[in-house]
Design a protein. Structure first.
Length: 402
């Protein structure tokens, strides 16, 4: 790892950032002995890459290690505060590097924050090999990165670090970091394990907890760590992919009738700061889509839950959402209405706007009557209309309800 002098202004996470694969913990399937990336680095044939993974999984660190081990000029950009003008300067620098026989690696953190025009401007230089792109993103690149750029890169998926990996990282910081060693802290294996679990797979979070705890007290205890954290750290990105993963887990748990799992996913969302009205709206949808005609009261319950959330908000409405989730989970299920809608939708796409049969058209004017609007219509309350057709001729006899 880096030999950084005793500079208290540099965060512990940066001071402990590994500068070689030997000190890089976790992601064994990506950088292990037989991995594609390990071989590419060894042979100095690293292609353009997109690192996709959660915060603190090692995306930035791995990019800088690749640059060092391939002796490339490493240029780092944050997509949040950079744009086309920055890219122009980097292209000039890359062209100069090329004349000098030096490779250029451009690392773009949060590449999903670059818009289409910015990504398109980068594409030609990735195509012609002027620079090697390494993009980092916490979002699914298939949604956030232009398809043209994505097709010219290899996506590498990084997972959360394990508790075992995080404990190694924490222990290395305690034994190797000069500033932490000067503090002569006292910490038990139990507390190290707690920090590793609270960090939720994020190395940066783990080291931040350690550093803040060490600054707070020489003896780091469970109570100090919990005070630093304020509450258990839960990963839930309301604007990212995990948002959709967890709402999907809630939906499928209710569909499968597992009320216990459904309540768990509900709490994950609420404790992560999700808008309760968003969840309540999803329950209304679920009541019609997955329960439908099997229990018409489900829609009434879901609407009542939404009304309660709207009136009283969090944290009080949490119990109303839990009640709704449990009720919907335990209810019988029917997708007849949902399937009927989809079938009618498919006919609309195939046949377009078919004409309304004349006999079921309204005829408020004499002209319309002269044109046979409403002619032959059978008024159901007063006459037998069992043989009356309500579909356009092209769809006669359609059955959407199975």
């Amino acid at each position: 790892m880096k030999d950084i002098n005793q500079n208290n202004n540099i965060p512990l996470a940066d001071r402990m950032r590994p500068d070689s694969l030997k000190n890089f913990y976790g992601q064994d399937d990506i950088v292990g002995r037989a991995s594609f990336l390990k071989s590419s680095i060894k042979n100095d044939q690293v292609p353009s890459l997109i690192f996709w993974g959660p915060p603190g999984s090692g995306k930035t660190t791995l990019a800088s290690i690749i640059a060092k081990e391939t002796k490339a000029d490493f240029i780092r950009l944050s997509a949040v505060n950079s744009g086309i003008n920055d890219l122009r300067q980097i292209i000039k620098r890359s062209e100069e590097n090329e004349r000098l026989g030096i490779k250029t690696i451009l690392f773009i953190d949060e590449i999903h924050r670059w818009n289409k025009a910015q990504q398109d401007a980068l594409l030609p230089y990735v195509e012609n090999g002027l620079l090697v792109l390494i993009g980092a993103t916490t979002e699914n690149p298939s949604f956030e990165v232009n398809s043209a750029l994505l097709s010219r890169t290899k996506v590498v998926v990084l997972g959360k670090l394990t508790v075992k990996d995080l404990k190694k990282i924490i222990k290395d910081a305690i034994s190797d970091d000069k500033i932490i060693k000067q503090k002569d802290i006292s910490i038990s294996d139990k507390v190290i394990d707690l920090i590793a679990r609270l960090a939720n797979g994020d190395a940066r979070t783990a080291l931040n907890i350690l550093e803040l705890s060490a600054n707070h007290n020489k003896k780091i205890t469970t109570q100090i760590v919990k005070e630093i954290m304020q509450k258990t750290h839960l990963f839930y990105d309301k604007n990212g992919e995990e948002h959709y993963n967890i709402i999907s887990a809630l939906h499928k748990s209710m569909r499968g009738g597992d009320a216990n799992a459904a309540v768990y996913w509900l709490v994950r969302m609420l404790e992560g700061g999700e808008d309760p009205l968003y969840i309540a709206r999803r329950l209304i949808r679920f009541a019609a889509e997955d329960i439908g005609l099997a229990n018409n009261n489900a829609l009434l319950v879901a609407n009542a839950v939404f009304d309660a959330c709207h009136k009283i908000g969090m944290p009080e409405c949490g119990v109303h959402l839990a009640q709704g989730v449990i009720y919907l989970s335990k209810s019988e299920k029917s997708i007849a209405a949902y399937q009927a809608y989809q079938s009618a939708q498919a006919d609309l796409k195939e046949h377009g706007n078919l004409s309304v049969p004349l006999h079921i058209r309204n005829a408020p004017t004499q002209l319309m009557k002269d044109l046979d609007y409403s002619k032959g219509y059978k008024y159901t309350p007063l006459e037998d209309s069992d043989d009356q057709e309500y579909f356009p001729q092209e769809l006669k006899g359609r059955q959407y309800l199975k």
